[in-house]
Design a protein around this ligand. Structure first.
Ligand SMILES: Nc1ncnc2c1ncn2[C@@H]1O[C@H](COP(=O)(O)OP(=O)(O)OP(=O)(O)O)[C@@H](O)[C@H]1O
Ligand SMILES: [Mg+2]
Length: 316
């Protein structure tokens, strides 16, 4: 039985049918024989929903899909047993292609071009979100926006959230992130690179990034910044505190989906009524648990529970 928690809805305007495989070495001109192919329904919001499910929670995933890749996507997602609403589009759902080079352990990730949405299509996506709005819970908007979609799509959803006692969580970059912050949201989860791009901080200036995160909170753009630092862990910034957490000891296999795992675990714990600090620990544990698994595998509950045991955030 899933634990009781407040409702979670994830929004994925630009999902990707993830195709992954392996080959001994990536080389020009010669044919590269590949190992078994794996297909996953990927993309930010849907990955968050898959992690929530893996950790024993429930969510509704609202996503767009079109063309033959969209059909395959829908089948795969339905098989995962995640409640979802598909908004049909006429262009084809994009694909992501990941190749693990087995001789070196290097990973090559190709992100193929995505669809262009018409105005009726992106408006239908907003309507689908509004129809099942997670009143009193969490709406998680995640990933890039497809072409044709206005940069304020997530900001529009944030506005609906404000009117419905719902916390809006945003994991995106560039203009879409800026627009959401201008509207005001509950939480953002930038990676180092994404926050650097947003505030124009110089390379490797971590103190500057933390200051910039505090400034966003002080200005009322968001209540929480969960800044993730890849293998260096994460920093949590609120009006009251700034906490830092290093990652647990793991052997890294594939970091695909690490950020989505961080966010899925964090949001589920908050929806379960746990404290922000506890949710932060689960987030870091989940990101690292996913990083310790091969290819596109996402974290499992027992790994997250084991890894979060030893995690103790320290004030910055
Ligand atoms: N190499 C790693 N070793 C251990 N844990 C990791 C590693 N990479 C990521 N993680 C875990 O996953 C979390 C999120 O990772 P990261 O900061 O790379 O976000 P991301 O959203 O996947 O990045 P991006 O959007 O730039 O691809 C980290 O806070 C950490 O807990
Ligand atoms: Mg990310």
């Amino acid at each position: 039985m899933a634990l009781a928690h407040s409702p979670i809805l994830t929004v994925t305007p630009n999902p990707a049918l993830d195709v992954s495989t392996s080959t001994p070495r990536v080389m020009p001109e010669s044919k590269m024989r590949c190992g078994p192919t794996r297909l996953d329904p990927g993309g930010g919001g849907v990955n968050v929903s898959r992690v929530v499910r893996n950790l024993g929670g429930r969510s509704l995933a609202v996503y767009t899909a079109g063309g033959p890749t969209g059909q395959a996507y829908r089948q795969l997602l339905d098989r995962e047993g995640i409640a979802s609403r598909m908004v049909g589009i006429s262009d084809a759902t994009r694909e992501g292609f990941t190749v693990d080079e087995t001789l070196t352990g290097e990973q090559f990730r190709f992100v193929l071009q995505g669809p262009e949405l018409s105005e009726p299509e992106w408006r239908a996506l907003i309507s689908a979100v509004a129809d099942d709005f997670p009143v009193g819970g969490y709406v998680v908007t995640s990933g890039s926006l497809p072409q044709g979609v206005p940069a304020d799509l997530y900001a529009q959803i944030a506005r609906i959230a404000r009117d419905h006692d719902t916390r809006c969580v945003v994991d995106t970059s560039g203009e879409a992130l800026q627009a959401a912050l201008d509207e005001g949201v509950y939480l953002i989860k930038p990676s180092k690179r994404e926050l650097r791009e947003l505030v124009g901080a110089p390379e490797s200036d971590e103190i500057g990034l933390i200051e910039a995160a505090r400034e966003l909170v002080a200005r009322g753009s968001c209540e929480v910044v969960a800044l993730t630092l890849g293998g260096a862990g994460a920093v949590l910034v609120t009006a009251e505190q700034t906490l830092r957490l290093a990652t647990p000891q793991i052997e890294v296999q594939s970091t695909v989906g690490a950020g989505d795992s961080f966010l899925g675990a964090l949001v589920l714990r908050l929806a379960q009524g746990r404290s922000l600090v506890d949710a932060f620990r689960s987030g870091v544990a989940a990101g690292s648990a996913t990083s310790s698994l091969p290819a596109t595998d996402l974290c499992r509950a027992e790994d997250v529970e084991r890894l979060e045991q030893g995690l103790q955030p320290t004030p910055v």
